[in-house]
Design a protein around this ligand. Structure first.
Ligand SMILES: NC(=O)c1ccc[n+]([C@@H]2O[C@H](COP(=O)([O-])OP(=O)(O)OC[C@H]3O[C@@H](n4cnc5c(N)ncnc54)[C@H](O)[C@@H]3O)[C@@H](O)[C@H]2O)c1
Length: 440
């Protein structure tokens, strides 16, 4: 058996900081608070409910993941965040309308105590948020970094945290391709001092987190840590990073279904995806510049899974469309329709229709929990830089230059579990299984 790697035990409290205290973040806080009081089962969380097979199938070793690897316990989590609106987490959750009042009330006191720190915010990057009342007015982007680092350190002391992680749960920022300022840490730091307009608010949070030694994951599709400057910073600071864009809803289904069709060598001519969504995220995404960021993230998934260059007869000519329309009556209850035009033997056409009545934040909240716990584990295991084994959670997994991202959910899960086995000194599982049939 391989040697386990040294991992520091999860002693003390783990602070989870979320820039953005909207639907996803507040649903995450409330769910964890309810789960640890025994009011709810943390459905959707691999760290809480998942088992992992170890050794041969005949050994019957299937511990819970949280009993196999030393994860922080839900009882040790504390929450904090920043938001340009001053609502406490209870009020924000009521406005987001994801959870019912009776569920929020059960953990109401703890939610009311979570008050947002003043945001680093710019309407140039997130349009359509009116009436913001909790934004700090610093002179320069470097001054914003310094204030965020102070916020982080104050939180660490006041909440008696031994360790922290930061997960971006803020709105999707406007699409801008990487610029010169993102290409190296030197250029980025110069840009912070000179107020370079290409540096987004999310990158100011990320820079502050990494300089304070806090692991960072990005739940939105904006660039944030997915650029050479931030990778360099994460490596220099010895801090893990991951991103980007939580894999929920329609894209989750896409990365479940597309690998299945491809496994059977069934062709695809077109995949039309459309959504209606009425929460604040839907409103932000209704603005074309914000939606462009999401579109880039959503479109890339099929291309990578289906490998049209290797399978030109099956996937060389797919018409792939993704739309999101803001439709207030639905609130957080998204409806996503997919029409998939497939073809089989002799090119005979068939169609698949999916109508997914989904609750976006209900799907996203457990991912925030898992990412917080796994990033903390990675930090205690001495891992730094891009954590590609966490691709399982993202629509656009961040990866090393020169690689293509792995989007197939099942390959991602195997990768995640094999990473845990490897760290803990267990044999990797290849599913070869020849030993059950061959004479020894
Ligand atoms: N819900 C999902 O299934 C899902 C899936 C993938 C990605 N996401 C992404 O997660 C993010 C959060 O989604 P949500 O549904 O909670 O949205 P939301 O609009 O309810 O919450 C986002 C919050 O971020 C705040 N915000 C905006 N700019 C900020 C800044 N600079 N600093 C701090 N806070 C800021 C907003 O005021 C808002 O309260 C979005 O970017 C969304 O695209 C969500």
């Amino acid at each position: 058996m391989p040697e386990p790697i040294p991992i520091q035990p999860p002693v003390g409290r783990l602070g989870v900081l979320t820039p953005g205290m909207g639907a996803v973040a507040t649903t995450f806080y409330a769910g964890v608070l309810a789960a640890r009081r025994g009011f709810a089962v943390p459905v959707g969380s691999l760290t809480q409910l998942g088992h992992i097979r170890l050794g041969k199938r005949t050994e019957d070793r299937n511990p819970l993941i949280r009993e196999f690897v030393p994860l922080a316990s839900l009882d040790d989590l504390v929450f904090g965040g920043w938001d340009p609106y001053s609502d406490d987490a209870y009020t924000a959750a009521m406005k987001a309308g994801v959870l019912e009042a009776r569920h929020l009330e059960a953990v109401g006191e703890e939610l009311r105590a979570i008050r947002p720190m003043k945001a680093v915010f710019s309407p140039d990057w997130v349009s359509r948020l009116e009436g913001v009342d909790n934004v700090a007015e610093e002179e320069s982007k470097m001054a914003q970094v310094e204030r965020l680092v102070e916020d982080i350190e104050r939180f660490r002391i006041e909440e008696e945290c031994d360790r922290l992680v930061m997960i971006w749960c803020g709105s999707t920022e406007a699409y801008r391709p990487p610029a010169a300022v993102h290409q190296s840490l030197d250029a980025f730091e110069k840009g912070l001092k000179e107020n370079d307009p290409e540096i987004a608010p999310s990158q100011i949070y990320a820079y502050a987190a990494l300089t304070a030694g806090v692991p960072f994951a990005n739940g939105a599709p904006n660039l944030t840590v997915d650029c050479p400057a931030m990778v360099e910073l994460a490596d220099r600071q010895g801090v893990p990073i991951a991103g980007k864009d939580f894999k929920t809803g329609q894209t989750l289904l896409k990365t479940i279904i597309a690998p299945g069709l491809k496994a059977r060598m069934l062709g695809i001519r077109g995949w039309y995806s459309t959504n209606i969504l009425g929460n604040r995220d839907g409103e932000v995404l209704d603005a074309p510049e914000n939606f462009r960021t999401k579109e880039v993230s959503k479109l890339g998934v099929l291309e990578q899974i289906l490998q049209p260059d290797l399978y030109p007869e099956l996937y060389g000519d797919i018409y792939h469309v993704v739309r999101i329309n803001y439709y207030p009556p639905r609130g957080d209850d998204k409806e996503g329709w997919d029409n998939i035009d497939i073809f089989g033997w002799l090119g005979y056409p068939m169609q698949i229709k999916i109508d997914f009545l989904c609750k976006d934040s209900i799907l996203a909240a457990p991912l925030v929990l898992d990412l917080a716990l796994f990033l903390d584990l990675a930090a205690r295991a001495g891992k730094k830089g891009i954590q590609e084994w966490l691709s399982f959670y993202f629509k656009s997994p961040q990866h090393a230059p020169g690689l293509y991202p792995e989007n197939d959910l099942f390959i991602q899960l195997t990768k995640l579990k094999n990473t845990l086995r490897h760290w803990m000194g267990e044999d990797l599982i290849t599913h070869l299984g020849a030993e059950y049939y061959e004479e020894t």
